[in-house]
Design a protein. Structure first.
Length: 268
């Protein structure tokens, strides 16, 4: 004969089994995050009026819907809602990138396109499951971040900083110059974060960053102001990218193309 204790344990096991079966029927097949993944604050650089910028919202349930009824801008005179695009993720484990191993099944993401009108701030709100989330958006007008910029062998090695006064890209004709270098001095409030040069003919590239690892593993800073890019061959195409960081936290990228055949049309 079973004891009362054994009867109670058996009853609890049966109840647990029934609960698991019931929940298995009502829970969705894909487990999603409790909250959507998004940036709470972002800064966009505006090069021209009505330029479009994008805010990405990820890890939404497949049943979640964002549209003009639950997405808004607190100050449309700074940036208005331009588009709302949905992207479904139906694979069981979809690899996203090297920093995020996988994503859950039956989720979706949205891209909210903003049309920037002028410098200022606005709050972009979206509501999911009765909860409202906000991304604080700051729009700043493009301003030339460099005081001096010289590329040995380009434009007679003169200061070409003024070339990026109104736009962040410049095209130059190719030249041959032994031991060419890039030298840059940022304006006040800016720091050079990275300089790189890539030759599209050989796929060779060189770069320097201002962040290095200290002996204890922490981040340390070194001042980056120049980069040796070796010899520039007349028939080759070179792409030079300079990333600068402002004291307020946003970045600006300058792009230079040295080529007889290729040209940059626009780069944001």
């Amino acid at each position: 004969m079973f004891s009362y204790r054994k009867k109670i344990v058996s009853l609890m096991l049966v109840m647990t089994f029934l609960i698991v079966c019931f929940l298995g029927n009502v829970l969705p097949a894909g487990i999603v995050n409790a909250e959507p993944s998004y940036k709470t604050a972002v800064t966009f650089v505006m090069y021209e009026k009505n330029q479009v910028a994008v805010i990405d919202i990820d890890d939404l349930a497949a049943t979640d819907v964002l549209d003009t009824s639950n997405v808004s801008s607190s100050k449309s005179s700074v940036a208005s809602i331009y588009s709302i695009t949905r992207d479904d993720q139906e694979s069981e484990t979809e690899l996203l990138d090297t920093t995020e191993a996988s994503d859950d099944a039956n989720t979706c993401s949205y891209s909210i396109g903003l049309m920037m009108k002028k410098a200022g701030t606005t709050n972009i709100s979206f509501t999911v499951g009765g909860t409202t989330y906000v991304t604080a958006v700051t729009v700043v007008k493009y301003s030339n971040p460099v005081k001096t910029l010289k590329i040995k062998g380009i434009n007679k090695s003169k200061n070409i900083a003024s070339k990026t006064k109104k736009k962040n890209y410049v095209n130059f004709k190719g030249v041959t110059k032994k031991s060419s270098t890039i030298s840059v001095t940022p304006k006040s409030g800016w720091t050079v974060e990275r300089i790189s040069c890539t030759c599209s003919n050989t796929d060779e590239s060189v770069s320097r960053r201002n962040t290095v690892k200290n002996s204890d593993g922490s981040n340390g800073s070194v001042k980056v102001s120049s980069l040796s890019i070796g010899k520039l061959y007349r028939g080759y195409t070179y792409y030079i990218d300079i990333t600068l960081l402002h004291n307020n936290g946003y970045r600006e990228e300058l792009h230079y193309c040295i080529s007889n055949t290729e040209k940059l049309q626009s780069v944001y």
